[in-house]
Design a binder for this molecule. Sequence first.
Ligand code: UDP
Length: 239
Amino acid sequence: KERSPRYNRILLKLSGEALAGEEGFGIDPRVLDTLSLEIGQLVGIGVQVGLVIGGGNLFRGAALQTAGLDRVAGDHMGMLATVMNGLAMRDALERSNIRTRLMSAIPMSGIVEHYDHRNANRHLKNGEVVIFCAGTGNPFFTTDSAACLRGIEISADVVLKATKVDGVYNDDPVTNPQAEKYERLTYDEVIDRKLGVMDLTAICLCRDHDMPLRVFNMNKQGALLNLMLGGSEGTLVEA
Ligand code: UDP
């Protein structure tokens, strides 16, 4: 029997590193294919998928600044990195026959569509995956903030942050095997306990607009689909 998904529309945040594979740098085409497969499963059961992609596998403004570059120039490079990741992701999705739009916060005529809220909604309603790239279009922000912003704009049911660990822990589970996972947290707990789920700008945006946020392990095969079908994965952050 067909099970209907628990969410109608989601905003999935993939970090740049999620595209990088083993080396942690660049773009691994095999990883793109795996991601496409998982995203395709969601589209297949009727979930509308918005995607925000990071750029940390290529450039990060803060890291470039440490190396001596001007911060704003570095952030511009970071945002351009997210466009490159977006182009690669769209390519992989379309090769898997998943209709996809790539919209950039920074106009780049001839390469990507410029982000437009109404058009994005229309594409999502039509069942197309919409990838939002170039972050918020502004320096000093992150793609986590962009994810929460777009999630709120498109009235997503939830913002899903894909990570390498199975949710939020009270300590680093890699170095401390005793670390405990939280099933559920409030926005204020995340902020007060400095849990580093996302940066403060992103968390506050979600809090101010009551946007639930779930952190889960994307490396766990089928986790995303399981979540859509009502399963429990990772940690939920809400009011
Ligand atoms: N960035 C920015 N404004 C934004 C989003 C991103 O300036 O609205 C820049 C910033 O330099 C950031 C880089 O783009 O370091 C890549 O984004 P992010 O670090 O969020 O990527 P992720 O860690 O998710 O791979």
